[in-house]
Design a protein around this ligand. Structure first.
Ligand SMILES: NCCC[C@H](NC(=O)CCC(=O)O)C(=O)O
Ligand SMILES: NC(=O)OP(=O)(O)O
Length: 320
């Protein structure tokens, strides 16, 4: 595997889930694979889980790991071509990328959406430059439009906790005080469409996800109807994807607190489990009672990030 951005990159999803189970049962079984190999993790944005779980996964595989926080100590990077660099940016990404590539075997990149220019974000302008100029396999640690390590961990978690063969999984928008990217809901939708689940998306009008990700999933604007009988409730805020009106891309269209997941919302479900990628803002996305309940999967879900990362890094090492 040379890149990891979309669910298709894994090939047969059932085989990948079986591999995840095997890796989870024997996470130090492939130490020789990563010996004398180096993973470079590059962060343009903050992280807790991705940083820790991906480093842990690489260490499980016997790798050395270098972490670069671009905004904490590195030269400020120019990302556009054709500019006169007379501002505060000292180095161009087009030199920085091959230099970074020369010190590692694999690269993980976190670079969130700017939420200002839809075409720029949805073209994945930054990470595609890493793919093109680093000379190394590159995987997403949340890019402008996708967060596949999260969605893979979410699917592993659903497989582990489902009580019926084909569970009902509901992705619900919830309110937030800041404009957030669509990477998490995009990938979650893409992965649920590829999995054997009954998948429903619910959000206020205007928050329609890009058709590339939501595909033929059922979209239900009535949150109560959507949640009825749900086995898994996946809450997430996202800003306007600009599908209907590109001028609204990245805007907050609603802060409707009736969408916050509380015990009443969960009472509409089939004793459903609560999921969120974290970090989560209590009181906006979810109440304390729900996130602390026995049906909350947020901690095992985060723990499975180590497993999704280990499968992906293992496959990249195998293809070196
Ligand atoms: N990697 C998981 C989510 C990261 C990001 N959340 C955030 O930026 C939340 C920040 C805050 O709550 O202030 C997002 O939604 O894509
Ligand atoms: N879920 C997730 O990616 O968390 P971090 O942003 O803390 O890495």
């Amino acid at each position: 595997m040379k890149t990891f951005f979309n669910v298709e990159d894994l090939g047969d999803l059932k085989a990948a889930l079986a591999e995840a189970q095997e890796v989870k049962a024997n996470r130090f079984g492939y130490q020789e694979l990563g010996k004398n190999k180096t993973l470079l993790m590059i962060f343009f944005n903050n992280s807790l889980r991705t940083r820790l779980s991906t480093q842990k996964a690489a260490m499980n595989l016997g790798m050395n790991v270098i972490v670069l926080d671009v905004n904490a100590g590195a030269w400020k990077l120019e990302t556009e071509r054709g500019v006169i660099m007379d501002g505060d940016k000292s180095e161009h990404l087009l030199e920085a990328i091959p230099v970074m590539g020369s010190f590692c075997d694999l690269i993980g990149v976190r670079s969130f959406a700017g939420l200002k220019d839809r075409d720029y974000d949805y073209a994945e302008t930054i990470v595609n430059q890493f793919v093109k100029y680093s000379g190394r396999p590159v995987f997403a640690m949340e890019t402008a439009t996708v967060h596949p390590l999260q969605a893979f961990a979410d699917l592993i978690t659903i497989e582990e906790h489902k009580k019926v063969a084909r569970p009902k999984v509901v992705l619900t928008w919830a309110p937030h005080c800041r404009a957030l990217p669509q990477a998490v809901p995009n990938s979650f939708a893409q992965w649920m469409n590829a999995a054997d689940v009954d998948f429903v998306v619910t959000h206020p009008e205007g928050y329609e996800l890009d058709p590339k990700f939501v595909g033929n999933a059922k979209v239900e604007y009535n949150q109560k109807k959507a949640l009825e009988g749900a086995d898994f409730v996946y809450a997430k805020n996202w800003s306007c994807p600009g599908v209907k009106d590109p001028a609204q891309y990245g805007e907050i269209l609603s802060k409707d607190m009736s969408w916050t997941i509380d015990e009443e919302h969960m009472s509409w479900t089939n004793d459903g489990c609560f999921m969120h990628c974290l970090p989560v803002r209590r009181g906006l996305i979810v109440t304390d009672d729900v996130i602390e309940s026995k049906n909350s999967l947020v901690i095992p879900e985060a723990a499975n990030r180590e497993i999704s990362a280990e499968v992906v890094i293992k496959r990249m090492l195998e293809s070196l």
